[in-house]
Design a protein around this ligand. Structure first.
Ligand SMILES: Nc1ncnc2c1ncn2[C@@H]1O[C@H](COP(=O)(O)OP(=O)(O)O)[C@@H](O)[C@H]1O
Ligand SMILES: [Mg+2]
Length: 403
């Protein structure tokens, strides 16, 4: 039996999550879980090296204590508006007669596909294969062994600010770890919150956390685009705080405890007044739950209207037979799926990690999609590197050119 330990770090704007997993014959078993309030990290960017290092250390130590294992390297999620992505295509000529395509030809196609004009100070994070096209025939996942004259490879390239990535590396190093690999947060989430069938049919995943909404769309099993929107749960909290004149901490509590969207007051959860702690020890504030819901709904609507507008403008809002899957902590908000469906005009479901039964119970909540997905990503990468026959479908997909 092949056994290996992997560690995954999700640098969320709200929570820093750390998992340690044992990969046994390509299947991950989570043995350590750690979590810390994110400090010094804002919308995917390190704003305070020491504080961010502290959060990583805290989460890491919890996971190490639980698992009884020490880890020296970790895969890390990345997010933020410094990230750009583009689809590109590489072309190579095999031969006039159309001989068999070798792995060397595929490598040449990949080399050609990854030639893009990088924006200043951008670093490549992923070159994810989308499909091969042989003599104009598309939809091919693995080209090796097939015959053809012209081989094309379509890829999805993700880049991020070299400075932002360098600062993350620094914090991770200060926490006595090295970065195994950077993985786009939405790519990580897609590994745990989406089903294969949905990716084939066409689906958009929106991981809506604290600071960012991380979006990834698949059609015919291939990634069609990725996007990061800088608006998510914190936006709801801040608005509640400023309108109700309460602290951020109180607003966060109220949002989680009483927040809902789109339900009418007949529902048992709504209606009634609650008393909130006023700012700086001032008198308590009395508000109705409906009032809280109305504030939250305005912001939720704004977020989804923005997402819809942007994606329509980019020409991506089509080809989604399986609709939208919402995940991330804000997907816990009552009624958000129904409201998102009304605005986006597609079916919406909430995506949980471990829908396939593989995840420990305490992680079966939408905010853990990214970190558990990251563990699955690493397990898949690991088994495909070793050539084990697990998750073969993802093999070519995952074989990132830059490793
Ligand atoms: N029950 C809930 N209702 C509304 N929002 C929630 C609920 N549970 C968590 N959240 C929100 O989810 C966000 C955290 O989600 P998470 O995916 O962990 O974010 P991040 O990855 O950015 O750290 C916070 O903004 C939090 O307020
Ligand atoms: Mg997140």
């Amino acid at each position: 039996m092949n056994e290996k330990i992997v560690a995954a770090l999700d640098l969320g704007s709200s929570t820093t999550k750390f998992l340690i997993a044992e990969i046994s014959d390509g299947e991950p078993l989570i043995i350590g879980v750690g979590e810390a309030h994110s400090k010094g990290i804002n919308k995917g960017i390190i704003v305070d090296l020491d504080k961010a290092t502290g959060s990583i250390m805290e989460a890491k130590q919890q996971a190490e204590n639980m698992s009884g294992k020490k880890v020296s390297s970790v895969a890390v999620t990345v997010s933020g508006t410094h990230i750009h992505s583009v689809n590109n295509k590489g072309t190579v000529i095999i031969s006039r007669e159309g001989r068999e395509i070798t792995s060397d030809d595929v490598r040449r196609a990949e080399e050609s596909a990854k030639v893009i004009m990088l924006q200043p100070n951008q670093e490549i994070i992923h070159v994810l294969p989308r499909q091969f096209i042989i003599d104009g025939q598309g939809g091919i996942r693995n080209a090796v062994g097939m015959s053809g004259i012209k081989l094309e490879e379509e890829v999805h390239i993700v880049t991020g600010s070299a400075t932002v990535l360098q600062n993350i590396r620094k914090c991770v190093r200060n926490a006595e770890l090295s970065v195994d690999k950077f993985v786009l947060q939405s790519v990580a989430s897609s590994f745990s919150a989406l089903k294969e069938e949905e990716k084939e049919l066409g689906v958009t995943l929106i991981d809506i956390g604290g600071g960012t909404a991380d979006i990834i769309a698949f059609s015919e099993g291939n990634i069609s685009f990725t996007e990061v929107f800088p608006m998510a749960g914190e936006y709801l909290t801040k608005d509640l705080a400023s309108i109700l004149r309460i602290s951020i901490v109180e607003a966060e509590r109220v949002k989680k405890q009483y927040g809902y969207v789109g339900m009418d007051s007949e529902e048992e959860d709504s209606g009634g007044e609650i008393s909130l702690a006023g700012l700086g020890g001032s008198r308590n504030v009395k508000v109705s739950k409906d009032q809280i819901a109305a504030i939250i709904q305005d912001r939720v609507d704004e977020i989804f209207e923005n997402i819809r507008f942007e994606l329509t403008k980019l020409g991506y809002w089509s080809n989604m037979s399986a609709g939208v899957v919402l995940t991330g902590g804000t997907a816990n908000l009552k009624g958000i799926d129904k409201r998102a469906s009304e605005i986006l005009e597609v079916p919406v479901r909430v995506g949980y990690p471990g829908d396939d039964g593989g995840t420990v119970d305490m992680l079966k909540s939408p905010e853990y999609s990214a970190v558990t997905g990251l563990v699955k990503y690493m397990a898949t990468l690991n088994s495909s590197r070793r050539g084990a026959g697990v998750n073969l479908k993802w093999f070519s997909w995952l074989k990132d050119i830059l490793g």
